[in-house]
Ligand binder design. Structure first.
Ligand SMILES: [Zn+2]
Length: 282
């Protein structure tokens, strides 16, 4: 399939680590509305890469809950499509190829640091950031061979960010955004020590391969977008547009999470709520 800039392709990319809640539904609803308004295609991608947390019951529930709420997609794990597979767990060859490309291009390096090592050495160990402390660059200048020669050592692959450079983009919703590499975020993991590709890599590889033209997702990922733009550049693929949505909070102002069981679509349905009533005012 050839990229066509006139065709809108959006996606829903839930991760089956729990039941979907109203916050997910609202962001997905925006994604669906934007795809519809553009006369485009909506893709459902099952982000089931995190095998430790992923459960099959959640995949089935996810698809059922999405349908109940009124979502309809034209490509997905249940209905197939031209750029599948649509389950991330079946896309390992794509991620390995991207890793190899990054490695050959000198964009990444192996890192054998433990979480504790990073915490101890971090420049701002208590940075108020849900991503954790900024990686201090300990393994940046180590020769790959010194790490590879110790086969017992498990290592991750980190992307070397261009320190001091600004990653700039115009969000379709929030407007101009800029983040400083090395200050707002550091060298990030693209491949984990447990041999699983990291979120930052899988999402870029898949959005590119699935020809997504606009990514609609929560505002908690604005900074990740800055990282991902570096990956798009390194992989030599054009990035999509981005539309980030404000996050939904509960009555106490706390961001909704999968632990808010009372606001899971499943629970709301059980208590008699209808999708129309839940969408009221959106
Ligand atoms: Zn390291």
């Amino acid at each position: 399939m050839k990229a066509d800039t006139h065709i809108y392709r959006g996606r829903l990319a839930p991760s089956p680590t729990g039941y979907l809640h109203l916050g997910h539904a609202r962001t997905f609803w925006v994604a669906q509305e934007r795809a519809r308004a553009a006369g485009g295609t909506l893709v459902l991608r099952n982000e089931d890469m995190d095998a430790k947390r992923f459960k099959l019951e959640f995949v089935n529930a996810m698809i059922e809950d999405l349908r109940w709420f009124g979502f309809a997609w034209q490509e997905g794990p249940d209905c197939g499509g031209p750029v599948g597979p649509y389950n991330q767990s079946e896309r390992m060859p794509f991620y390995r190829a991207a890793l190899e490309k990054l490695r050959a291009g000198g964009f990444i390096y192996p890192c054998a640091c433990s979480r504790k090592d990073i915490q101890t050495a971090a420049r701002a160990p208590h940075a108020d950031d849900e991503d954790g402390p900024i990686y201090p660059g300990t393994c940046r200048s180590k020769k790959t061979s010194t790490i590879n020669s110790q086969p017992a050592t498990r290592f991750s692959w980190r992307f070397r960010v261009p320190d001091g450079e600004t990653s700039f983009f115009v969000d379709e919703n929030f407007g101009p955004q800029s983040f400083l590499a090395g200050t707002d975020f550091g060298d990030f993991v693209v491949w984990r020590q447990d041999d699983v590709p990291a979120y930052q890599l899988t999402v870029v590889v898949d959005d590119a391969a699935m020809q997504i033209t606009e990514v609609v997702r929560g505002a908690d990922l604005l900074k990740s977008t800055a990282r991902q733009l570096l990956l798009y550049h390194a992989l030599g693929v054009p990035p999509p547009r981005f539309f980030h949505c404000p996050l939904m909070t509960d009555d106490a102002g706390v961001r909704l999470a999968k632990r808010h069981d009372a606001l899971s679509l499943r629970q709301l349905r059980t208590t008699g709520a209808t999708p129309e009533s839940l969408r009221y005012g959106w």
